[in-house]
Design a protein around this ligand. Structure first.
Ligand SMILES: Cc1cc2nc3c(=O)[nH]c(=O)nc-3n(C[C@H](O)[C@H](O)[C@H](O)COP(=O)(O)OP(=O)(O)OC[C@H]3O[C@@H](n4cnc5c(N)ncnc54)[C@H](O)[C@@H]3O)c2cc1C
Length: 409
């Protein structure tokens, strides 16, 4: 790498055909490579694992939620405090563009009742196959089992099956992912490497993660059971959500979306009666037989199934007898927890390359010509298609910016 050929662009103006390197073949890296190839540059995509897109394939196992069909402002607000930084990228490649992109790869999509968008095939493999085929036809040089070993000075060094290799690209896009599910490739090993290159990195932390709970022995029969219906809240996040009991604690999308607030230390509470207000629940309790036990009242007057009744006892003991007080307790049960489940179990990673370390093109201020994209950037969002959309959007943004640099110097 390093020898540029002079070519003529579509506009007739001369531009350089540069040599680009993308590291990491997840959705962000593939999108960056796509943008660079589309601009006419030569692209090497280096991937540590034996194949591309392993986390994308895993994401497709439970139904690949590509994006969410939502108006731009509502969609953007899901990214919380990082929404302003991501807004231009999501404006350039938001939910509509994601759907058109998938369809362009021969994968029709459908929108579920919640607005979540999935490929009709539900899984990721046909999409990934079609994408890799298109990139291959455009000339992508994909090198698997090429692991970047850190270091940006004097070339970019890889451990490869053929021994060490050093590349000297004209522009590089890092798309190394976060650190959740490290066996799929993204292990966060890059954090100290970038820090030592002068790049600020916000500590990585679990997001979209379960809650660790030290259950009493009474809860063992309920492991694996859904808690339904239920409302969950922490800090300024609240609403109905899916949740299930597991041996280590609570999981499910309703729990995952509390991650940001839990990381900030907000207490978690659970509403076992999301369809009733306190007064209505109290009226039902007061109408019960005066001598009925509390357990019988929960079952007969409030129709709590055994799992929710067990949670009422687990988190609410001693349950008050007075109807108003009992109703209020059931609608706001404190959930004593031991924090989020560890990063390697989390769906995604919060933290990453800090925004002040990046310019508007997602180029590292400390290292001109090196860009970063995807989950390795410091943003966070709930599940629901927001994660993949931001990875694709930032990958495209960084890839296009790198392409401009190669074309025009
Ligand atoms: C179980 C699960 C389900 C999910 N479901 C969904 C979903 O339905 N919808 C959604 O929007 N999101 C979902 N996600 C999240 C989504 O998959 C990720 O946000 C997305 O894959 C991140 O893309 P990325 O390109 O930034 O990083 P990754 O996909 O993690 O890719 C990074 C790549 O970089 C490579 N790499 C890392 N270090 C090196 C190195 N030193 N040298 C060379 N290569 C390296 C890795 O091997 C990896 O292939 C899910 C995640 C999980 C774990």
């Amino acid at each position: 790498m390093g020898n540029d050929a002079v070519m003529t662009g579509d506009d007739g103006a001369p531009h350089r055909r540069g040599k680009a390197l993308v590291i990491g073949a997840g959705p962000a890296g593939l999108m960056a490579a796509d943008a660079l190839l589309a601009a006419g540059h030569a692209v090497t995509l280096a991937e540590a694992k034996p194949s591309a897109g392993r986390k994308l394939l895993m994401a497709g196992k439970s139904g690949l939620n590509l994006t969410k069909a939502e108006p731009p402002e509502a969609f953007c607000s899901a990214y919380g405090p990082e929404a302003p930084q991501l807004r231009p990228m999501l404006a350039a490649f938001g939910p509509d563009a994601v759907q058109a992109w998938a369809e362009g790869l021969g994968q029709p999509v459908f929108t579920g009742s919640s607005g979540r968008v999935f490929p009709t095939a539900m899984k990721a493999s046909p999409l990934l196959r079609a994408w890799l085929a298109r990139l291959g036809a455009a000339g992508l040089d994909l090198r698997t089992r090429w692991r970047w070993e850190g270091g940006l000075d004097g070339g970019i060094r890889f451990a490869t099956p053929e021994g060490p290799r050093t590349l000297h690209p004209d522009a590089t896009v890092l798309a190394l992912g976060g650190a959740s599910w490290p066996r799929l490739g993204s292990d966060g090993a890059w954090v100290p490497w970038l820090r030592s290159a002068g790049v600020a990195v916000t500590p990585l932390a679990p997001s979209n993660a379960g809650l660790s709970i030290a259950w009493s022995a009474h809860m063992a029969p309920h492991y694996g059971k859904p808690v339904k219906p239920v409302g969950l809240s922490a800090g300024d996040i609240s609403g109905r959500g899916e949740c299930a009991i597991s041996a280590p604690g609570l999981e499910g999308s309703g729990i995952y979306r509390l991650s940001r607030a839990v990381r900030a230390g907000a207490p978690v509470s659970m509403d076992l009666l999301p369809d009733l207000d306190v007064a209505a629940a109290a009226r039902r309790l007061a109408a019960g037989p005066p001598k009925a036990t509390t357990a019988a009242l929960l079952r007969r007057m409030l129709r709590l199934d055994p799992t929710r009744a067990a949670l009422a006892q687990e988190f609410g003991r001693p349950l008050p007898r007075a109807p108003m007080a009992l109703a209020a307790r059931l609608k706001a049960l404190p959930v004593p927890h031991r924090g989020l489940r560890p990063l390697d179990e989390a769906i995604s990673t919060a933290g990453g390359v800090a925004w002040p370390a990046l310019d508007d093109d997602l180029m590292l201020r400390a290292r001109p010509g090196i860009y970063a994209a995807g989950e390795m950037l410091d943003w966070d969002a709930p599940t629901g298609g927001y994660l993949l959309t931001a990875c694709l959007a930032t990958g495209l943004w960084a890839g296009r910016a790198a392409a401009r640099r190669l074309s025009h110097g």
